[in-house]
Design a protein around this ligand. Structure first.
Ligand SMILES: [Fe+2]
Length: 179
């Protein structure tokens, strides 16, 4: 019996870009940057955006959310990412299952897949390439501001409507269509 030599090389192949942990560290750091967060114009009538320079070629945004606004259900076209709340609080509804991305228009979700979490200022989360969620400011009266980062830069987003347990693919948006 012989032992395999210990390799000095990393177990994982060299990553082509920032992983989920790096994106989470970035969005948390930006969320704590009071001057940058304060530079985002806020509009009581709708969401506002400011594009940021993300680490390692990632796509990043600062987003303002008046009370009652949200994204609707969507995925991220295979990109992984992270977001963190800088002001106010955001609610995320997510699915604890990997949903097939192609080959269906209507999908009935099994029981027990729904997850809800609230992210107060300073809190963030990372997500993998198959994450399906909606993010909203449902806290009533206060504006929320958050930081988002994606790698690779979003190639597309699939938008879904949802009635009860039924998810319906509404459209596939390409870069430029959601700005
Ligand atoms: Fe998202």
């Amino acid at each position: 019996m012989s032992l395999a030599p210990v390799s000095a090389r990393p177990v994982r192949p060299a990553a082509p870009g920032p992983d989920e942990a790096e994106l989470l560290a970035f969005v948390r750091r930006i969320a704590a940057d009071d001057a940058l967060v304060a530079s985002l114009p806020l509009d009581p009538e709708g969401r506002t955006w400011l594009r940021l320079e993300g680490p390692g070629g990632s796509e990043a945004w600062l987003i303002g959310w008046p009370p009652g606004t949200g994204t609707g259900w969507h995925d991220h076209g295979g990109s992984h990412g992270a977001f963190a709340t800088a002001r106010g609080a955001l609610t995320e509804h997510a699915l604890a299952a990997r949903i097939p991305t192609e080959g269906w228009k209507t999908l009935e979700l099994s029981d027990g897949l729904d997850r809800r979490r609230q992210l107060a200022a300073g809190e963030g989360r990372a997500f993998g390439p198959h994450h399906v969620h909606e993010v909203l400011n449902d806290c009533g009266s206060a504006h929320a501001v958050s930081v988002h980062a994606y790698y690779p830069p979003l190639p597309l987003m699939r938008r879904y409507s949802r009635v009860g347990a039924v998810l319906h693919l509404e459209q596939v948006e390409r870069p430029g269509e959601w700005e």
